[in-house]
Design a protein around this ligand. Structure first.
Ligand code: COA
Length: 517
């Protein structure tokens, strides 16, 4: 199978999973929702955004591989409202009444983190049955962070807006409660700490939904609603009006007004990554199809040649790029990366990491040559660097190589995977082989015979398991990336991310940890 065929097959499988997220709760619940005169979650978002602008959806595969619907009953993403890039979170009420399960919570908290790091105003489109009751133990206690984050964003000067379309009760009432601006839809919004049955139980009082938490009551009496919307489109209109009055200004430098498109076609990106990741590929072929004018000014091209480093720009934003050129990182590559990251910090230039690494080189010669301390220098530089980082997992991202190349735990502003990516502590065969060697040695130490047949079965089982757990859909389902993207969209996705990143100041540092020499 050609590289292209292998990639297209993976993209088709990815499309099928994305379609599940788009389908929400399925035809029965979608129809019921429309019959109630309500807009679907993506219809609300589309009306909120500027016409013909983009929406970069984040974590669409959240919950993949779990018992919950793909997408986790929440849509999050970056979109443009009245010319302002905003972080949008929106409940999907067709999925379990929009209730939040453990993956919904992870997705919501990740969205908050993106808003905070990149200084993006937050618009919450609320209609949720609150906590998913059967899994409440996983979400009730950590879920408090959703409300804490809203007010912390506000304290940092990042505006938060809640448009309440439906249920927002109990803890959910603190989404509007903690937001800077609140719009409620007449006849839809239900915002109360306790609904009529619970009030009856608690105090014996008879009350109805409207008097406890309707839009009219909150706009006229409690003051929790700042704006009374007559219907859903009116709420969206008011949301847009609020954003237009924020006088929002980006704090990062503007991109160059003119730049060239790449000289080589993005479509070729389907041909680059081999179906078998053991076969190396040249990331310069990727860079040439992603950066402005295909211009990549390489830094130290003759030194540490299995990591390409250099300067370029994407949609007019200057960037430094670190790209694995052959699988393994040696001492030279580690030190080159360390120096390059320091230079990017001096120049206040964001960094893009293109992953295809099996990790740092092992073996006697390399251990004696100080591979640990050199890898540590790179990890120190990545950890303490203050310019924004963007990571794209193109192929392998194994072992400490995932760390040195700014893996998820190193807080890249955004991390996306191609369908060809694989990430784990090591490759499946290597991991199964290590387990086998350890088991064999343990049997020998006890003087017991080693069961070769059981060993073969164990290796096959473990290889299958690790392979499945290394794949992008599995990792995306667990929120270890912000989405799996078509390689052809890489330039567009990076451009949107860079634009969003520049809502916040872009400043490097000269303060790193102690570099072990
Ligand atoms: N946890 C788990 N499942 C929930 C849920 C929750 N909090 N809220 C709704 N669901 C499920 C329902 O059981 C139903 O499942 P089913 O279709 O498989 O039978 C599905 O979601 C749709 O709910 P339904 O009541 O038919 O939808 P609705 O649009 O008419 O009403 C709510 C939605 C949210 C108003 C209503 O379901 C409700 O009041 N839920 C409980 C809210 C609550 O008290 N949450 C706890 C607050 S912390």
């Amino acid at each position: 199978m050609s590289n292209r065929e292998a990639m297209l097959e993976k993209l088709a499988a990815l499309d099928a999973e994305h379609a599940k997220a788009l389908a929400g709760g399925g035809p029965k619940y979608v129809e019921r929702h429309h019959k109630r005169g309500k807009l679907l979650v993506r219809e609300r978002i589309e009306l909120l955004l500027d016409p013909d602008s983009y929406f970069l959806e984040l974590s669409p595969l959240a919950g993949w591989g779990s018992d919950f619907t793909v997408g986790a009953s929440l849509v999050t993403g970056i979109g443009v409202v009245e010319g302002v890039e905003c972080l949008i979170t929106a409940n999907d009420p067709t999925v379990k009444g929009g209730a939040s399960n453990p993956w919904t919570l992870k997705k919501a908290l990740r969205a908050d983190e993106i808003a905070r790091a990149n200084r993006l105003p937050v618009i919450s489109l609320v209609e949720s049955g609150g906590a998913d009751l059967p899994t409440q133990k996983e979400i009730f206690i950590p879920g408090g962070a959703m409300f804490r984050n809203l007010t912390r964003l506000s304290a940092e000067g990042i505006l938060t807006i809640a448009l309440v379309f439906g249920n927002s009760t109990a803890g959910g009432a603190y989404i509007p409660g903690m937001s800077d601006y609140v719009v409620m839809v007449d006849g839809g919004a239900k915002v109360f700490l306790a609904g009529p049955p619970l009030v009856k139980m608690a105090t014996g009082e008879d009350a109805d939904d409207e008097s406890l938490g309707g839009a009219s009551m909150h706009a006229r009496k409690s003051g929790l609603a700042d704006y009374f919307a007559v219907d859903e489109p009116d709420a969206i209109r008011l949301g847009r009006q609020i954003v237009s009055r924020l006088n929002w200004r980006k704090q990062g430098p503007a991109p160059k007004p003119a730049y060239d498109e790449p000289l080589l076609a993005a479509d070729d990106l389907l041909d680059i990554v081999p179906g078998d990741l053991k076969i190396p590929f040249d990331p310069r072929d990727v860079v040439a199809r992603v950066v402005d004018g295909s211009v990549f000014d390489e830094f130290k091209p003759l030194y540490g040649s299995s990591l390409a480093t250099g300067w370029a720009s994407v949609h007019g934003y200057p960037v430094g790029i670190l790209a694995n050129a052959r699988g393994v990182l040696f001492s030279e590559e580690s030190q080159k990366a360390t120096q390059f990251i320091q230079l990017a910090n001096r120049a206040n230039t964001p960094l893009i990491f293109l992953h295809n690494t099996t990790g740092y080189m092992v073996g006697q010669e390399y251990e004696q040559g100080g591979i640990i301390k050199h890898g540590a220098q790179m990890i120190n530089a990545v950890s303490n660097s203050r310019v924004p980082h963007l990571s794209i997992l193109m192929g392998a991202s194994y072992g400490a190589g995932h760390y040195g190349m700014c893996g998820r735990a190193f807080d890249p502003r955004f991390l996306f995977a191609w369908p060809s990516a694989k990430s784990a502590v090591m490759g499946p065969q290597q991991l199964a082989g290590v387990l086998s060697i350890v088991a064999r040695a343990a049997a020998e130490a006890k003087g017991q015979p080693y069961d070769e047949q059981a060993d073969q079965q164990m290796r096959a089982y473990v290889e299958g398991q690790i392979e499945a757990e290394s794949l992008p859909m599995f990792l995306s389902g667990r929120l270890y990336d912000d989405g799996v993207i078509d390689p052809r969209d890489t330039r567009t996705v990076l451009g949107i991310c860079l634009s969003a990143i520049h809502s916040a100041p872009v400043e490097g540092t000269s303060s790193f940890g102690v570099f072990r020499m």
